[in-house]
Design a protein around this ligand. Structure first.
Ligand SMILES: [Fe+2]
Length: 335
């Protein structure tokens, strides 16, 4: 597909847009490295400090938790009529979820679009997400990588907070999001990691873990030690160990596909002593969670009707309380 066809395909959504101006963080032409603070709602402003670093300033009139809607595995864009109908159902579910849960931020944990299915795939869902009036993040999933280069794909969203850094001549898709509330120090830091798309690297790999270690070192220097949350697509291997321990709650419905992960990422998460939870996607028939070595492992709930599996579609609402540094989460279904 030529670039002009790709863009035309993207624009052909046919869905009425109500785009709220929230700035262009990823940039259609040239991604900007920094942006001044932009108010995206009455309680949230977003500032881009670097290509891989966002600051989310949360200032509600009354103290409350920041509400993050984790959606996952939407698998948008297949051209067949059956899939277009399923995508429309997913769009409708998203609107219901937003109306019911009023999130401040959406965190998509991967497989947003079936970009690996060839040149007929539509990227119109990008505009639908952008039309919801809520900023969104994306942890790159294995099906997100394919026909359209990620550089082109990631230029499309206007309301997504998409980060990257370059290492060894390779662009790495990862970002940190510091949630600031009350004072200038972060109350939480969220991380979105790319977990790879083809063997032998379908896990959070060495460049991203080196980068994570650098973030931790930077924080130590600045004497920052707020709790952290990781967002990934492919679950780390410890999800399977949690399953085997039977110390989990929720649904185990399919084998844990931790792919090529060998425990290195979780070891880094556990050893840093600050990372509280890993929120994952990928396995549509699993939505369980539980504690493993002091870190909570949490599957999202499959959101997209175009993906495989029979679980009722939904999402997970994550609430971060800046006053206490605690968090909670629960499944939500837009009712
Ligand atoms: Fe998926």
């Amino acid at each position: 597909m030529q670039r002009r066809d790709f863009l035309r395909n993207t624009a052909a959504t046919g869905i009425a847009l109500s785009l709220r101006s929230a700035g262009n963080f990823s940039g259609a032409a040239e991604p900007q490295e920094t942006t001044p603070p932009v108010a995206v709602s009455s309680v949230l402003s977003i500032e881009r400090l670097d290509t891989d670093h966002f600051r989310l300033v949360f200032r509600p009139a009354e103290p409350r938790s920041l509400r993050i809607l984790q959606i996952t595995d939407t698998h948008f864009g297949n051209p067949e009529a059956e899939h277009q109908e399923r995508d429309a159902r997913t769009f409708e579910l998203l609107r219901r979820l937003l109306a019911a849960e009023r999130p401040d931020l959406i965190a998509h944990t991967g497989d947003f679009i079936n970009n690996d299915r060839g040149d007929k795939i539509s990227f119109a869902a990008v505009e639908v997400l952008d039309s919801l009036g809520v900023p969104w993040t994306h942890a790159l999933g294995n099906h997100d990588v394919g026909h359209v280069p990620t550089d082109e794909y990631y230029k499309l969203p206007r309301q997504a907070l998409l980060g990257y850094f370059d290492r060894g001549g390779q662009r790495q898709r990862a970002a940190r999001y510091d949630v600031v509330a009350g004072n200038e120090h972060p109350a939480f830091t969220l991380y979105a990691f790319d977990s790879g798309f083809e063997m032998p690297r379908k896990h959070v790999g060495p460049p991203q873990l080196e980068w994570f270690a650098e973030q931790l070192a930077r924080d130590r220097k600045a004497e920052l030690d707020c709790p952290q949350i990781a967002l990934v697509h492919i679950p780390v291997r410890e999800f399977e160990q949690l399953r085997a321990s039977e110390q989990f709650s929720g649904i185990f419905g399919e084998q844990v596909c931790f792919e090529s992960d060998e425990g290195v990422a979780f070891d880094a998460f556990r050893r840093c002593g600050r990372l509280r939870a890993v929120f994952s996607g990928h396995d549509h028939e699993n939505d369980y969670c539980g504690l493993r070595d002091g870190v909570e492992l949490v599957y999202g709930r499959v959101t997209g009707y175009s993906g495989y599996g029979d679980l009722p579609r939904g999402a997970r609402l994550i609430e971060l309380d800046p006053a206490t540094g605690s968090y909670s989460h629960r499944l939500v279904f837009g009712v």
